[in-house]
Design a protein around this ligand. Structure first.
Ligand SMILES: [Fe+2]
Ligand SMILES: [Fe+2]
Length: 223
């Protein structure tokens, strides 16, 4: 039974629909998921009881509910991560890079420092994500699939550090883009870029949550 002293990660794991509510309130549930609900909510200006009531209401509205991954076989979770969160980035990262290059050059005169910073933070994010996912796919996930997750403490710690770096870059991009608010003068490409970056942020938060808070602890326990 979840209470205000439960962690944000527990809420996102045990009641997966809560991810939507946490995102709506800007509450970090992946790298910062170890805070209590009471602490995290206080910073966002709501109470934990109100947040839990919103989760219950969302569960009653949503059909079907997202799957709980804390009880599924680990190979199924690894496959889900690959299909749902890794493979789409093979095309989405190049697509967004094209849009970043276009928007940041066409509109640079409006704010050279801002657009240069957005481009450099984006390229840093892409250049972190590609080798990170390669390491998960080629080294860590096969170990977990082979039931050797218990020996993977070192690689898992490295992946968690890389997640923190990715989370930091996502936060910087959110600030640099004014919370992805589209200016009135924005062209279609600019709108598409802000929408694409915001969707990528939401996707990466869920992706990292499933690895940090579900897959990795379970692999270390069960391996
Ligand atoms: Fe991953
Ligand atoms: Fe990862």
């Amino acid at each position: 039974m979840l209470s205000p002293s439960s962690t944000v990660a527990m809420l996102a794991t045990e009641r997966p629909i809560a991810v939507r509510i946490l995102q709506r309130h800007g509450i970090d549930f992946c790298c910062g998921g170890h805070r209590s609900l009471a602490d995290a909510c206080a910073q966002s200006g709501i109470t934990a009881d109100l947040l839990l009531a919103e989760v219950t209401a969302e569960e009653q509205r949503a059909a079907p509910s997202p799957r709980r991954w804390d009880a599924a076989p680990l190979p199924e979770l690894v496959n889900y991560l690959l299909i749902q969160h890794h493979r789409p980035l093979d095309t989405e990262l190049p697509r967004l890079t094209g849009l970043v290059n276009k928007v940041c050059s066409v509109h640079r005169d409006l704010d050279p420092t801002g657009f240069d910073a957005i481009r450099s933070r984006w390229l840093a994010l892409r250049d972190d994500l590609v080798p990170h996912m390669e390491k998960e796919e080629q080294v860590l996930f096969p170990w977990i699939m082979a039931g050797k997750g218990g020996d993977a403490g070192g690689p898992i710690a490295t992946m968690e550090q890389e997640h923190v770096a990715v989370g930091g870059l996502l936060k910087e991009l959110r600030v640099l883009t004014n919370d992805y608010r589209v200016p009135e003068e924005a062209c279609g490409s600019w709108r598409a870029l802000w929408a694409g970056l915001e969707a990528l942020e939401a996707d990466l938060h869920t992706h990292i949550h499933l690895e940090n808070n579900v897959l990795f602890p379970r692999a270390l326990d069960e391996g």
